[in-house]
Write a protein that binds this ligand. Sequence first.
Ligand code: DX5
Ligand code: ZN
Length: 219
Amino acid sequence: MKKIKISPSILSADFSQLGNEIKRLEDGGADLIHVDVMDGHFVPNLTIGPPVIKRLRKFTKIPFDVHLMISPVHKYLEDYAEAGADIITIHPEATENLKESINLIKKLNKKVGVSLNPDTKIEIIKEYISDVELILVMSVYPGFGGQKFISEVISKIKILKQIKESNKFTFDIEVDGGINFSNSKEVIKAGANILVSGTTIFKENNGDIKKNIEILKAV
Ligand code: DX5
Ligand code: ZN
């Protein structure tokens, strides 16, 4: 029975209380903290960077699952590793040389993830799939929380699961965007073992984080 992990996105948290919000997520049973970094260039939104992540690091020991929606990304990788990221996930379109960026993240002793937008084909990362620890399947176009789940990505998740199982790869399949109580089971069944959620975790059941995490994890 595969273990399902939940990585709540702090994009939906109270940005004036991010440290306390991270504590609430940890107390509520979060397995990872999904930190959405946006630069207003790769995506039409701007959030936080290394100085804030560095401050947030001391609020929890649970892994920071840092999703870099920035470009160019290669020259900033060291800053995010320094700031306390545990997993660094990049978009292939944001680097001139995906292999070099993957190698640098490994050299920095961090887990490396690559993210596929809804319209990005698996083919563009096929040759690197054996090098990464995580594949982040975007089920919304990146930039904002609270968007509607794009159900076409279910087939992409199933293909990734098939590649993983037939090659005995061990990468995590993480799905990010529009995850809620009515699609989480289907996403898990398709092959995801990590679910990212912001809106559902912070807003459902009057913001009962523990309850919302438990419901999302249920298979
Ligand atoms: C979107 C981010 C997602 C988003 C998820 O660009 O990568 O992590 O915050 O938020 P919800 O769960 O609200 O779709
Ligand atoms: Zn994200």
